[in-house]
Write a protein that binds this ligand. Structure first.
Ligand code: FAQ
Length: 331
């Protein structure tokens, strides 16, 4: 692991013995389970990686509202509509905590939005897939939120204080989200044959994209080695993907649904399921802007930004007037 060249720094991951001064103190603190706070010294690569990960995560929460928002007006009952509205609002809140956490590292909200709107910043691949039926909203809660939880629970212990603390509340809310998704799936599976077919179809379409959420295989993950040494990431992409599969298979059995993978089989030796990798070429296409909904998602975010210009202008003008009025009169 330590010989791997990582993209975050462009260098091999250093061992403690190769470090001195502030860098060594920083790494010792991390190794001892300490937290790094905004005003603490940190290597440039650490700051850069944290900004990248937190802002990508924030963008994912915000763009992640779109596939679900698509169903608010079409939810089958008033109760389901109220629950979905609350969930989508929660995602906006998660975005806000995360943008605030990223700002503590010296990047502004405007810079982050600019990176999103120009296509420079990534957000989770999963949100570039369409939600075609109500069962997809069940599958998103059940699978996508579960994948998010699998990834984010360990991040509550990650080394950057503001990120780790934001994750505590986010994880609590994601757990509720996962339960509501599973509840939708249960209702569909206990319903008519057509409703059960819809649930199976949603699982068929969301299974592989959910596996992709954990990132490329460890061997192709350019940031993992350094991020794990800095405890920005607590587990590797493949470890979390395996954990996810092991948790979801019995849930699918409970629902009476079939995981769309002919190679899925319990492996006694590893104490987990063997499964087929998702199509990594498709993953690369999606994360480089060529998934089924990338253009639509980005256009929706840019439109929201443009439509909100008059609000930002009004707020800025008001703030400028207040600042002027508060200025002490000279003499
Ligand atoms: N999608 O070297 P690695 C949610 C990129 S929140 C897009 O392995 P890393 C809530 C990666 O950025 C879901 N891009 O990278 C919700 C890098 O590209 P770069 C979001 C991906 O950072 C639910 C390149 O590939 N969660 O769902 C993806 O060490 C329902 C190489 O990859 C987080 O962001 C991907 N799936 O590991 C909302 C959690 N995977 O930046 C609404 C925090 C990889 O060099 C509804 N993030 N890439 O250009 C993480 O844990 C990590 O950033 C990983 C990727 C695991 C996502």
């Amino acid at each position: 692991m330590y010989a791997q060249i990582v993209e975050s720094t462009g260098k091999a991951v250093k061992t403690l013995n190769e470090m001195e001064g502030e860098e060594r103190v920083f790494q010792e603190r991390i190794n001892a389970g300490g937290k790094i706070e905004p005003k603490d010294w940190m290597p440039d690569g650490y700051r850069k990686t944290m900004v990248r990960q937190i802002s990508q995560h924030a963008h994912s929460e915000i763009v992640g509202q779109l596939p679900e928002g698509n169903w608010i007006t079409r939810a089958p009952t008033l109760e389901r509509k109220a629950i979905l509205l609350a969930k989508v609002q929660d995602e906006a809140g998660h975005g806000l905590y995360l943008y605030c956490a990223a700002e503590t590292l010296g990047i502004s909200r405007d810079q982050m939005f600019d990176q999103l709107h120009s296509g420079k910043a990534k957000y989770s691949s999963i949100f570039n897939y369409p939600t075609l039926t109500w069962a997809d909203i069940g599958a998103v809660g059940w699978l996508v939120d579960q994948a998010a939880i699998m990834n984010q629970v360990p991040l509550q212990r990650s080394s950057y204080g503001p990120y780790a603390r934001a994750m505590v509340r986010i994880c609590k809310e994601e757990s509720f989200h996962q339960r509501q998704g599973f509840d939708i799936m249960m209702k569909m599976c206990e319903g008519t044959a057509a409703q059960k077919r819809m649930a199976q179809d949603a699982l068929n379409r969301f299974w592989a994209p959910s596996l992709m959420m954990f990132g490329p295989p460890d061997a192709d993950s350019v940031h993992s080695a350094q991020s794990m040494a800095w405890k920005i990431k607590m587990n590797s992409n493949d470890e979390l993907r395996q954990k996810f599969v092991d948790a979801v298979v019995p849930q699918a059995e409970f629902l009476g649904l079939t995981i769309p993978d002919e190679n899925l089989a319990w492996n006694d030796k590893k104490g987990g399921y063997d499964f087929t990798d998702p199509d990594w070429q498709e993953f690369m296409a999606v994360i480089h802007g060529n998934g089924p909904c990338n253009r639509e998602r980005l256009a929706a975010r840019v439109k929201a930004w443009d439509d909100g210009a008059w609000v930002r202008d009004g707020l800025n003008t008001h703030a400028a007037k207040k600042r002027k009025a508060a200025k002490p009169v000279a003499g």
